[in-house]
Design a protein around this ligand. Structure first.
Ligand code: ADP
Ligand code: ADP
Ligand code: ZN
Length: 217
């Protein structure tokens, strides 16, 4: 299973990718998480990526593409992967086709999570993350059992700096200008499965399951 999750910031890619990764036994590869990890560890890649993450704009393609190329060749990704947040523009998508054909692999399906803009605003500004284990919460839609603390590991939850309102607006415009064209790109290749991402988390997981079953036929 080589799956790409496509959708605007806040559409639920991370939430669904974590569930699917567990169900399917393939790694969840989030380019955003990889960048944040590099940033946290202070690697040269992290230093180079910082200003783009802070601004809510895209990290340059060459940096992003070589990071993905390396990651999908790690042993755990031999059985497949769920890519969350890549590709994010047309040239990344084109380059990704080259990467996959070099590795003699192919995409199984692209799951597009469709969510309206006002829902995205609410989801992003209310998102909270566990800095320790990566679990995702929402102050309203998916609150932790104890306010401010992770259900899984007990750590203090945090807000991503780029989830504040001004950066969210930039990220949504970057999505419209750069990422949206990928919907047609993958539709033309017969890989796109559109899912109603407005539904509750469990219902979205169910419809993705249905779409994956169809893409097997
Ligand atoms: P993305 O990775 O696409 O940016 P996330 O999975 O991080 O999106 O979800 C964004 C926010 O919305 C999180 O706070 C998450 O808890 C919440 N969320 C995710 N899916 C749903 C859903 N189906 N209904 C309501 N809230 C959701
Ligand atoms: P979200 O889940 O809310 O869409 P991500 O965690 O995927 O956010 O991305 C956070 C930031 O990481 C982006 O705003 C961008 O700066 C950078 N980033 C993530 N994926 C890519 C990519 N494929 N190309 C360029 N930049 C990326
Ligand atoms: Zn945790």
């Amino acid at each position: 299973m080589q799956i790409v999750l496509l959708g605007p910031p806040g559409s639920g890619k991370g939430t669904q990718a974590k569930i699917l990764a567990r169900q399917l036994g393939v790694p969840h590869i989030s380019t955003g998480d990889l960048f944040r990890q590099h940033l946290h560890e202070g690697t040269p890649l992290g230093v180079a990526a910082r200003r783009y993450l802070d601004a809510g704009t895209l990290v340059p393609d060459d940096v992003t593409e070589s990071m993905v190329r390396a990651r999908i060749q790690e042993p755990d990704a031999r059985v497949g992967f769920i890519l969350d947040g890549f590709p994010r523009n047309l040239s990344q998508a084109q380059h990704f086709e080259t990467i996959l054909s070099d590795l003699e692999r192919a995409l199984s399906v692209v799951i597009y999570l469709a969510v309206q803009r006002h829902t995205l605003m609410m989801r992003l500004t209310g998102r909270r993350v566990c800095p320790q284990c990566g679990a995702l919460y929402h102050v309203q839609f998916n609150p932790p059992l104890t306010q401010g603390l992770c259900n899984v590991c007990g750590a203090q939850l945090a807000q991503r700096p780029d989830d504040r309102e001004d950066t969210v607006a930039t990220r949504l415009s970057v999505y419209d200008a750069e990422t949206k064209p990928l919907i047609d790109f993958y539709r033309q290749r017969g890989l796109l499965q559109e899912i109603d991402g407005e539904l509750p988390v469990d219902a979205v997981t169910q419809s993705i399951g249905g779409a994956l079953a169809m893409s097997h036929d």
